[in-house]
Design a protein around this ligand. Structure first.
Ligand code: CTP
Length: 405
C-alpha cells in the first residue's frame, strides 16, 4: 500500500533518517482505511519530546508531560507523541501518568478500540496487533483488551464508543456492551464539555438511532446532566436525523422528543455556547406552532429563509410531515422568498427620518409601530416600494392611528 499521508511524509522521513521509528496512528489510519475524510494526522514515534523539538524548526510543546509536541509544517500542525503507556486518566481525557516506551506495541496496547489501534509506517505498511482491520470488515467495535478495564481507565471511551457506532454504523461487541452497562455511572466523572463534544458528533452520525438506543439502553444516558431521569420513548429512535442539516436542528429534535424544552436550564447544565442555545431555542419556538408554519411572504421574510427551512426539516425529522411534504414546503419557502419585494428593512427607500419629517411629530413609540407596519405592507405588496407610494400610505396610516399615539 502506498503511504497516503503526503503532508506528513517530511516528518516521518526526518524522524526515520535520525534513527527513530515513526508512524501515523489512530483516527487518521482508521478513517483512511474506511475511505472516510481525514482530519488530523497524529504521529507516534520512538523519539523523546526533546529530540522531536530539536529535529524540527517550528514546534509547540502542547503536552510535554504526555509526550506530545506539535510540529508545524506548511501551515499545518501535526501532533507527534512519544510511544507511551498510561496509568489512568484525569477527567479531561489526558492521562494523569504516562510512561515513555520503546516499542510501538506498548503504545498501541494503551488505545481504546481495535480500529483506533492501527499504525502505518512510511512504506504504507499497516501494523494491526489486535485485529482492527478484521473488525472493520465485520463492522464491529471492540476494545483493545478487556472492555471493563479500558473504560474504567477512561470512562469517556463509552461516549466515544457510542459516537463511533453512530458515525461508522458499527455494532458494539457484547462484552463492551455489558461493560458499558456495568460502568455507565463512571461517565459522571467526565467534564460536561467533553460529553457535549461527543454527543454533538453522535447526533451528526450516519446511524444516530442505533447509537441513541445504546446510550439509553446501557444506562449511559442516566449519567449525563439532566438526562438522569429521562426515559427515551420509541419516538426518539424513529427521528429522521438524516434529514437534519445543522447542529441546532439535531439538538432540537433530540430535546423535543425527550420533552425537554427548557432550553435555558439544559444549555447551562451542558455549558452550551450562546449561539447553539439561541438557534435551538428559536427552532423549538417555531416547531409545532401552526400559525408560524403556515408560511406566507411575511413570515418567511421575518424568520429568514434559512430558519424557515430548518423548521420544516425539523418537522419532517419528527415525522410531522412526509419527505414529499418537506420538499413541497421547501419549494414554497423559496418561492415566497424570491417574491419578497425587499429582503431587509434597509432596502426600504425611506427611513425613520422621513417619517418624522412627514409627521411633524417627535419620535416616539409611534415610529417603530409605523416602520413595522410599513415593512409588512411593502413585503406583502400592498404598498409599492417607492417613496411617493409609501408617503401616501403613511399619511393615511397616521390619520387612522390618531387616537392611539
Ligand atoms: N479516550 C481516548 C481518546 C483517544 N484514544 C486514542 O488516541 C487516538 C486519537 O484520539 P482523538 O484524536 O481524540 O480521536 P480520533 O480517534 O482521532 O477520532 P476523531 O478524530 O474522530 O475524534 C485515538 O484514535 C485512540 O487511539 C484513546 O485510546 N482513548
Amino acid at each position: 500500500m502506498r503511504f497516503p499521508f503526503d503532508k506528513a511524509t517530511p516528518i516521518l522521513d526526518r524522524l526515520n533518517e535520525n534513527g527513530f521509528e515513526a508512524y501515523v496512528v489512530g483516527g487518521a489510519v482508521r478513517d483512511y482505511l474506511l475511505g472516510r475524510p481525514i482530519h488530523d494526522i497524529d504521529i507516534t514515534t520512538s523519539a523523546h519530546p526533546d529530540e522531536v523539538v530539536t529535529l524540527f524548526q517550528r514546534t509547540i510543546p502542547v503536552g510535554l508531560q504526555h509526550g506530545t509536541v506539535a510540529v508545524l509544517l506548511n501551515g499545518r500542525s501535526f501532533e507527534v507523541t512519544t510511544f507511551r503507556s498510561e496509568n489512568g486518566y484525569d477527567d479531561f481525557r489526558h492521562p494523569n501518568q504516562v510512561t515513555f516506551e520503546t516499542s510501538l506495541d506498548k503504545d498501541l496496547m494503551r488505545r481504546d478500540f481495535t480500529i483506533n489501534a492501527l499504525a502505518m509506517d512510511r512504506t504504507g505498511k499497516v501494523i494491526d496487533l489486535f485485529g482492527g482491520q478484521d473488525d472493520m470488515k465485520l463492522k464491529h467495535l471492540r476494545t483493545v483488551g478487556i472492555a471493563e478495564e479500558r473504560i474504567t481507565e477512561d470512562p469517556l471511551r463509552m461516549m466515544r464508543g457510542i459516537r463511533f457506532v453512530s458515525e461508522l454504523g458499527f455494532s458494539l461487541g457484547e462484552d463492551e456492551r455489558e461493560a458499558f452497562s456495568k460502568k455507565s455511572v463512571l461517565l459522571k466523572k467526565i467534564s460536561v464539555e467533553r460529553i457535549d463534544q461527543e454527543m454533538n458528533k453522535l447526533l451528526a452520525g450516519a446511524t444516530v438511532s442505533d447509537a441513541l438506543r445504546l446510550l439509553f439502553n446501557t444506562g449511559c444516558s442516566r449519567a449525563l446532566p439532566l438526562l438522569d431521569k429521562t426515559v427515551a420513548r420509541e419516538e426518539l429512535f424513529s427521528v429522521r436525523f438524516d434529514l437534519l442539516k445543522s447542529e441546532g436542528e439535531r439538538w432540537a429534535a433530540f430535546l423535543r422528543t425527550l420533552g425537554m424544552t427548557d432550553i435555558s436550564t439544559f444549555s447551562s447544565a451542558w455549558k452550551w455556547p450562546v449561539s447553539r442555545k439561541k438557534s435551538v431555542g428559536l427552532l423549538l419556538k417555531y416547531e409545532g406552532n401552526y400559525k408560524l408554519l403556515n408560511w406566507d411572504k411575511f413570515s418567511v421574510y421575518s424568520s429568514g429563509p434559512e430558519l424557515a427551512h430548518s423548521v420544516e426539516r425539523l418537522e419532517a425529522a419528527l415525522g410531522k410531515t412526509s419527505v414529499e411534504g418537506l420538499e413541497r414546503k421547501e419549494r414554497l419557502i423559496d418561492r415566497l422568498w424570491q417574491d419578497c419585494p425587499i429582503r431587509s428593512r434597509s432596502e426600504l427607500p425611506v427611513s425613520g427620518h422621513n417619517l418624522i419629517r412627514w409627521s411633524g411629530k417627535e419620535p416616539g413609540p409611534w415610529l417603530s409601530a409605523a416602520i413595522e407596519q410599513l415593512e409588512k405592507e411593502v413585503v406583502t405588496g400592498k404598498v409599492p416600494n417607492e417613496q411617493e407610494g409609501i408617503k401616501r400610505w403613511f399619511m393615511a396610516w397616521q390619520e387612522k392611528q390618531k387616537n392611539q399615539f
